[in-house]
Design a protein around this ligand. Structure first.
Ligand code: TRP
Length: 337
């Protein structure tokens, strides 16, 4: 039991979670909690690197992200959910790790690079808007992972370069100060990137193409009715190509029992897009039902959620202190011990 490896994973509290999160990370996370000590970080410090001017947004979304985790089946008896900023050891590790990584290496990190490009649209000027805190978030993420001896890190594909950065820091640390930190491995889900309703390669809140786990029937109906279908299928009985259709793409995810029929009927021209969308709406709601029921249970019991977070943060704090002790000893900064 005690030799179980640790998992460290989590998300930034910047909004409710969507199908991209579910298939990219949460589904696997729920399975893995059976076999590993799972720590789930609600990365508010990291969220603030992008949202330092909007702390209310981060604060509000801590609860949403916790609710979504509980809703998909994270069991607080098996997994430890905690708030990043309440573990000062992470910030401390970040300072020490910042000596082990060059600024140019951070600029070359593909995830950071893409995110800097996206920022350009908001601020106008790419280079000038990059803060020290933002550029350094992969260093802080190395702190998130190593403070809990995280051996496995289940993440979506876009996070791989960030985990790679952690590995480099760990190797360098262990080489200089002696074996201290656990080198993590990333774990990808089978569907590690889910396309958006508009056909975009990535489903994202800011891309406005997401189906949220907590969306109600009306919202989902509207979104699915507006989803992109095969543009060559104009009339109801035209044969279509499901491979060019977002509706079919989601049928594959949430309507596994009937997806073959959907494919055959679409190609044969015996299935109209409107009926096909209606079927998807029903399948999507059926798929989300248990998730939304669990969410409702916890939404109605805020004191239970508070207690889960409080207990989880306490437990995480103990673990981080233990790791920090090792770090301080090996770095020879354990002055009064
Ligand atoms: N960077 C991750 C994201 O954007 C969130 C995150 C913060 C994380 N700390 C982590 C993921 C540690 C895995 C491990 O979703």
């Amino acid at each position: 039991m005690e030799n179980k490896k640790n998992i460290l994973t989590g998300e930034r509290p910047t909004g409710r979670l969507h199908l991209g999160h579910y298939f990219g990370a949460l589904k696997r996370r729920v399975e893995l909690q059976e076999d590993y000590n799972t720590y789930i970080i609600i990365a508010d410090v990291q969220a603030l690197t992008d949202n330092f001017d909007n702390p209310e947004k981060v604060r509000k979304n801590i609860r949403e992200v916790v609710l979504d985790n509980l809703a998909v089946g994270i069991d607080p008896e098996k997994s430890t959910i905690f708030i990043q900023s309440m573990i000062p050891e992470i910030a401390e590790l970040t300072v020490y790790y910042s000596n082990l990584v060059t600024v140019s290496r951070l600029y070359r990190n593909p995830t950071v690079k893409t995110e800097i490009k996206q920022k350009k649209d908001v601020f106008g000027n790419e280079g000038e808007s990059v803060t020290y805190g933002f550029l350094g978030y992969p260093v802080s993420q190395a702190g998130d992972i190593t403070a809990f001896d995280g051996a496995l890190v289940p993440v979506g594909a876009d996070q791989i370069p960030v985990i790679e950065q952690t590995k480099e820091i760990v190797r360098k640390f262990n080489k200089i100060y002696g074996p201290t930190l656990v080198e993590p491995q990333h774990l990808l889900s089978e569907n590690s990137r889910i396309k958006g309703l508009d056909g975009n390669e990535k489903m994202g809140k800011s891309l406005n193409n997401a189906i949220f786990l907590s969306d109600d029937y009306e919202t989902i109906s509207k979104k699915i009715m507006g989803a992109i279908t095969d543009t060559n299928k104009i009339k109801k009985n035209d044969p279509g190509n499901p491979d060019n259709c977002m509706v079919y793409y989601y049928h594959k995810l949430v309507n596994k029992d009937n997806v073959k029929t959907v494919n055959v009927e679409c190609r044969a021209g015996t299935r109209g897009c409107v009926d096909c969308k209606k079927e998807l709406i029903e399948s999507m709601m059926k798929f989300l039902k248990p998730i939304q029921e669990r969410r409702k249970y916890y939404e109605e019991r805020p004191e239970v959620v508070d207690e889960i977070l409080k207990k989880g943060t306490e437990k995480a704090g103990k673990k981080a202190k233990e790791v920090m002790k090792r770090v301080r000893q090996n770095m020879k900064i354990d002055y009064f011990d």
